[in-house]
Design a binder for this molecule. Structure first.
Ligand code: FE2
Ligand code: FE2
Length: 226
């Protein structure tokens, strides 16, 4: 028993947010699909948080693992084109809560878990899971909400009418939904940051292991990514 505990604690001590993602994603076609999206949201959320002075490791972990709760959701539901029925919507929405549980139990990161729980709350109280309003939503949850939506608009084709938006179109959409879906002040900070670093159009095509290494290194100084 003691030996088992020792082995378990060694195993636990080696576990990182990245290894947790890989462990959970290895049998999940769905999560494999989300790997690069998760890395992009981690990067964008980290540099936005740095800009406004609230970056820490808990934010970075939450952004990386924000969709981990999608494990177990059938891809037929998750990638279903067109409208979802209310049961399908409830199943998809459960990922905020499931992600919260996974990160709390597997990493013991209670703050990160809360930020994950909040990443689909809307500023006007129409989001989920708790329908929080305004500043009752954690600042980090509001940051991830914006970066996640931007990446979905400009890369992921499911939620936005099968047309991929340009960065400019996505900025307009973020502004249009400011103070309903998003914290409008954070939207302005995000847009000015992306204009400042001149995020390249090609960055979606560059996710090989070298680029991912560079991505991590450049969280310190975002301009180095380019
Ligand atoms: Fe999500
Ligand atoms: Fe996401």
């Amino acid at each position: 028993m003691i030996i088992f505990r020792r082995i378990y604690s060694v195993y636990q001590s080696k576990r990182t947010p990245e290894s947790l993602f890989d462990e959970i994603a290895q049998d999940s076609e769905v999560l494999q699909e989300f790997k690069h999206h998760s890395l992009r949201v981690m990067y964008l959320s980290s540099i936005l948080a740095k800009k406004i002075g609230c970056f820490d490791e808990d934010l970075r972990i939450a952004a990386l693992l924000h969709d981990i709760g999608k494990v177990g959701i059938a891809k037929e539901i998750l990638f279903k084109p067109g409208n979802l029925n209310s049961l399908e919507r409830t199943i998809i929405q459960s990922h905020s809560h499931v992600g919260n549980l996974i990160v709390r139990r597997e990493l013991g990161k209670t703050r990160s878990a809360e930020f994950i729980r909040d990443h689909h709350e809307n500023w006007d109280g129409t989001g989920y899971p708790r329908r929080l309003i305004g500043e009752d939503i954690s600042l980090q949850g509001r940051i991830i909400r914006i970066c996640d939506s931007f990446d979905t608009m400009t890369y992921d084709l499911r939620d936005y009418k099968l047309t991929k938006m340009s960065y400019k179109e996505a900025f307009d959409e973020l502004e249009r939904c400011s103070w309903t879906d998003f914290d409008g002040n954070l939207v302005q900070e995000f847009i000015s940051l992306l204009i400042e670093i001149e995020l390249p159009d090609s960055w979606y095509d560059r996710f090989d292991s070298n680029f991912i290494e560079k991505l991590y290194a450049s969280i310190e100084s975002p301009a180095d990514l380019l």
